[in-house]
Design a protein around this ligand. Structure first.
Ligand code: MN
Length: 254
């Protein structure tokens, strides 16, 4: 069993060290993580400049790119052996609902999935690493279960969010669907010291669909949320309606 560990908060993040420790004894571990905090970079790949890889004193490798770069480079040229599992995290903050589209944590796992490797993203639901140890225990239990009782043939991609609570206050795992958010808050406009306008991206919107069965709901109740993800963005249900609209006047709409 070989496990590739990455994240989006950077190779110095406490959540990465916690996830590496959670994997100890479960397989051969490789760590490839971004040099800098790359939260919110989604699935970006760095195409306009080359990437360099360094090895830290603790053996972690880090590169000057995105989370997707890390897993991409690891899988396609850096690692001598292909991993059996990619894990990403443990993120500093939740990745639920529509946020998963922007998440670098999810993206690192998704890059593994896109290359056919089973992958799991782990996030601690509040920022600040308060109960990182309990999130690490959850991660270890889940990874151990994957090792001991492999799920159905992969690849597969799981998004795990862990409430920020002491371990004995966590409720059992719930399998969930992604909730939805309202559009984010407006940008915050300020002036730089030269008097020119600058803009800060606003906060995420509040939950819009957070009912029973969603990741938002499970985590709010204190359950560990596990959402199986897929990548196909096609709106399959809308195909017939769009097809009818596009061809409503066959011959004219060419
Ligand atoms: Mn992050």
């Amino acid at each position: 069993m070989r496990i590739l560990v990455s994240n989006d908060d950077g190779y110095l993040a406490p959540g990465l060290a916690a996830l590496v420790e959670a994997c100890r004894g479960l397989g051969e571990i490789d760590v490839v993580a971004p040099e800098q905090n790359s939260s919110g970079t989604s699935n970006a790949l760095t195409l306009q400049r080359p990437l360099s890889v360094w090895t830290a004193a603790n053996g972690y490798r880090y590169l000057n790119g995105t989370p997707s770069d890390c897993v991409h480079v690891a899988l396609t040229g850096l690692l001598e052996q292909r991993p059996d599992l990619v894990v990403s995290g443990i993120n500093n903050g939740a990745n639920m609902g529509d946020d998963t589209l922007y998440s670098g944590t999810v993206a690192a796992a998704m890059e593994g999935y896109l290359f056919g490797v089973p992958s799991i993203a782990f996030s601690l639901a509040e920022k600040g690493w308060k109960h990182l140890d309990s999130a690490a225990q959850v991660a270890r239990r889940l990874i151990a279960q994957v090792v001991e009782q492999p799920p159905a043939a992969g690849p597969w991609l799981l998004n795990v969010n862990i409430p920020d609570r002491p371990h004995d206050a966590l409720l059992p795992i719930r399998t969930t669907r992604l909730g939805r958010r309202h559009a984010s808050e407006p940008v915050i406009r300020q002036s730089n010291p030269r008097g020119e306008p600058i803009y800060w991206i606003g906060a995420a919107g509040n939950a819009r669909e957070a009912g029973e069965g969603t990741d938002f709901h499970a985590v709010a109740q204190g359950h560990v949320s596990v959402t199986p993800l897929q990548v196909d963005l096609t709106d399959h249900g809308a195909l017939p309606a769009w097809s009818a609209w596009l061809h409503r006047d066959a011959g004219a709409a060419r």
